[in-house]
Design a protein around this ligand. Structure first.
Ligand code: KDG
Length: 322
């Protein structure tokens, strides 16, 4: 029986509650925090849903208040959460963001996620029929780094989705606090070889392969196998190699950075939306850079992602101020 393809995108990965410092400075001096729903694959799910895709999220949360916070955040955006397990034995992971210190415009994260419910997602808990419902399956290198169980769930779920005809999307998302470049490299390369759509920041290409230049990074990541590759270069915009072998570039949009955490996920959510909706390549990359830049100017990982209507109005200078 052919499954009904009623989802554009399924993401799989750990959601976490973020405590973001309200003030700039070292965390030992920070006294007040804002609380946000975050976690890379949840950010992508929320972003793509806000941009109009039909999205499902596969994950595992503690049966605690933080788990309920994440579930509510996903549902409030219309993300389908029937495959989010809540378990009473492990807690929901959290992380703390230090902003604008010691480098202006940069943030850093401290994780409290060891043994979290999300890290224990097992492939046995993932419904294979659910994976048949999507056109695109997305996960990231964070899921590969967090635990062997989650890495296996991500790889096996991706293979099942692909066997049912979905395109596989993978964002390298190297996190130096989770693993070393030596540990990451073979696993990331294997995941890229199994992907159709690949994302890598220039910063990650530098960390993993010592590649310093956007074109070289694009060529290298594409050489592992994906037929659509995107390299995000922060303030220098982005570059994409499409299935027709055409390279497209887009400039970044200058912004006053409040917190860049989550901007890469917002960028990725916009590219995946554009792919699902068949936007022309230039427009797709420009919109993704614009969304990434808007998110840098807003606290929280995904709150700044616009709706599709807002994005179109900003992109076409039709935004009405008053
Ligand atoms: O991309 C933003 C993520 O880094 C943040 O939400 C936390 O998922 C996270 C992680 O593992 O770093």
């Amino acid at each position: 029986m052919t499954a009904q393809r009623d989802l554009d995108l399924i993401t799989l990965g750990e959601g976490m509650v973020q405590f973001s410092a309200r003030t700039r400075g070292p965390l030992r001096q920070v006294r007040t925090y804002d609380v946000h729903a975050a976690g890379s694959e949840l950010n992508v799910a929320i972003g793509a849903a806000r941009l109009g895709l039909r999205v499902g999220w596969i994950s595992r949360l503690g049966a605690d208040d933080f788990g309920s916070l994440l579930l509510s955040a996903a549902r409030a955006e219309g993300v389908e959460t029937s495959q989010v397990v809540q378990d009473a034995t492990e807690p929901t992971g959290i992380f703390v963001v230090q902003r604008g210190y010691p480098i202006d415009g940069h943030s850093s994260s401290i994780y409290y996620r060891a043994g979290s419910a999300g890290s224990r997602l097992s492939i046995d808990e993932v419904d294979v029929d659910y994976l048949r419902r999507t056109a695109i399956f997305h996960t990231t290198g964070i899921s590969l780094a967090v635990s062997g169980e989650l890495a296996e769930a991500a790889a096996t779920a991706g293979a099942s989705a692909a066997a049912a005809g979905a395109r596989r999307s993978f964002d390298v998302n190297y996190r130096a606090k989770l693993w070393t470049p030596e540990e990451a490299r073979p696993k990331v390369e294997a995941a890229l070889a199994n992907s159709d759509i690949a994302f890598c920041s220039l910063e990650d290409a530098r960390a993993l392969w010592d590649v310093d230049d956007a074109e070289a990074a694009l060529e290298l990541v594409a050489s592992f196998g994906p037929d659509q590759t995107v390299v995000a270069c922060g303030r220098d915009g982005a570059i994409m190699l499409g299935p027709e072998g055409v390279t497209v570039r887009a400039a970044a949009v200058p912004t006053q950075v409040v917190d860049p955490t989550g901007a890469g996920d917002a960028f990725c959510a916009t590219v995946l939306t554009g792919i699902a909706r068949e936007w022309p390549a230039e427009m797709l990359l420009q919109r993704a850079c614009l969304v990434g830049s808007i998110v840098c100017g807003v606290a929280g990982d995904n709150e700044g992602i616009p709706t599709l209507d807002e994005l179109e109005r900003v992109a076409n200078n039709r935004w009405v101020h008053r």
